[in-house]
Ligand binder design. Structure first.
Ligand code: SF4
Length: 445
């Protein structure tokens, strides 16, 4: 059985420099254009190729607060590497692995690159400590804002900690990146649910100038299939969360439910489906089959994730749909009925995992006046100041406002929202100071 050890291996120092030396340092670099946060890739690769690691990591930090995470879980094949000129005729520069090498090298060296600015520009509350919340917190702290993060879980990290499996993103790496953000002077409050323990209005009463909602999409979508409410049907993001909690020692093995030798089917073909399928194998499943209603050319998962899943033994059924689910007992399923073209057949499985997307939870919106959402529950935001909701001073970004996307897309959006929050707070402080300036009449009386 496969274990949860990290799958991809890091470069040695010599390998990293050799790989960096392949870079052509293009004048119009496709890699930078392909990166959602416009990381200055050629510049840091150039420094790395000359052994200037400190300069290289400094350049990365100007754009990214989470390089050790991006280096591991970004969709490089569709972004920077997919746009690298060397990929047209051969192998693109392995930008993701180089970024990971530098971030890990930096962590081992224990360098500190940041002069922490005074927190004089205002106070910001950040709800959620996933990729969007951490990015906002890091960017605003560097700009001179006092930032407090409110996280409902026992540990910070959101889906980075309990949504992405350990073999792709070790929790220790996430913890390390969060420590760096705390090192910028950011306070993190755990076990605090906004909408239950506090409301948005309470936060304003506590003196926060702006509030950011980076709460992601925590409510999984369901499918309308007979038998879908059986206990043996579980949601992919909840299954991954349970395994993450078990791996961190918060729950017992039996609470993960999938046991040694079980047969598992997964509906969906995005990265969550791949994560759920490969995690089910690691929990001892004897057979895992991914069922997708379209063809391989339409799968949302990265090719690299799919290839790994195939290599580990996950089976795929394309252009197929589950049309019926039958239970064996209260806990496990007996079989599912699958339709492929004009044919239908039954397949014995003990568990069915749904990985067909998720939408935002409504807890904050329903406990706060004035935050409007669209028909699917995504928070409506403005272009100026970027990311502000229909409630003044409340901002939203990442998946909760922009549809579910990747870690780096949530980060890219959050960086723009950080700019919007800074502009908003600077403007209200300026207006306050103007309104408090005595008029000529007041001064002369
Ligand atoms: Fe280097 Fe490729 Fe970027 Fe050109 S496109 S600068 S070769 S990484």
């Amino acid at each position: 059985m496969k274990d949860f050890a990290e799958v991809s291996e890091n470069y040695t120092l010599a390998e990293a420099i050799k790989e960096a030396q392949r870079c052509l340092n293009c004048k119009a670099p496709g890699c930078k254009k392909g990166c959602p946060i416009s990381n200055d890739i050629p510049d840091w690769i150039y420094e790395l190729s000359h052994g200037n690691f400190g300069n290289a990591i400094h350049i990365i930090h100007t754009k990214s607060n989470l390089p050790a995470i991006c280096g591991r879980v970004c969709g490089h094949e569709r972004q920077c590497q997919g746009s690298c000129v060397l990929g047209k005729k051969g192998e693109p520069v392995q930008i993701g692995k180089l970024e990971r090498f530098l971030a890990d090298f930096d962590a081992e060296a224990g360098w500190s690159h940041t002069n922490i600015p005074q927190k004089t520009r205002g106070k910001v509350a950040v709800i959620g400590s996933g990729p969007a919340g951490l990015t906002i917190a890091g960017d605003l702290a560097r700009k001179g804002f006092a930032v407090d993060i409110f996280e409902m879980e026992k540990e910070p990290g959101g889906m980075l900690k309990f949504g992405i499996p350990e073999y792709r993103l070790p929790k220790e790496v996430v913890t390390r990146e969060i420590k760096k953000i705390e090192g910028l002077g950011v306070n993190i409050h755990l076990n605090t649910t906004i909408g239950k323990d506090f409301t948005v209005d309470d936060l304003f009463s506590q003196g926060f100038d702006a509030i950011f909602m980076g709460t992601g999409t925590g409510v999984p979508k369901r499918l309308d299939i007979p038998g879908i409410d059986h206990f043996g049907v579980r949601q992919g993001i909840r299954f991954l969360r349970r395994v993450g909690l078990y791996e961190s020692g918060y729950i017992k093995r039996r609470e993960v439910v999938i046991s040694e030798g079980d047969k598992v089917a997964v509906i969906g073909c995005g990265n969550t489906a791949m994560d759920a399928a490969r995690t089910a194998l690691r929990m001892g499943a004897s057979e895992v089959t991914v069922i997708y209603h379209r063809g391989i050319e339409n799968m949302a998962a990265l090719k690299a994730e799919y290839d790994e899943a195939v290599a580990e033994g996950v089976k795929f059924l394309w252009n197929s749909s589950v049309i019926d689910i039958k239970g064996k007992n209260d806990v496990k399923l007996d079989k599912i009925t699958i339709k492929t073209g004009d044919e239908t057949f039954e397949k014995p499985v003990e568990h069915l995992i749904l990985a067909v997307g998720s939408v935002p939870a409504s807890r904050i919106v329903s406990s706060t006046e004035g935050i409007e959402v669209d028909e699917k529950g995504y928070v409506l935001t403005r272009e100026f100041p970027y990311g502000m909701t229909t409630r003044k001073g409340v901002f939203a970004g990442g998946d909760v406002a922009r549809r579910s996307a990747t870690v780096v897309h949530a980060m890219a959006d959050a960086k723009k929202v950080a700019e919007g929050i800074a502009q908003y707070i600077d403007a209200i402080k300026l207006m306050d100071s103007i309104s408090q300036t005595p008029t000529t009449e007041e001064l002369t009386n």
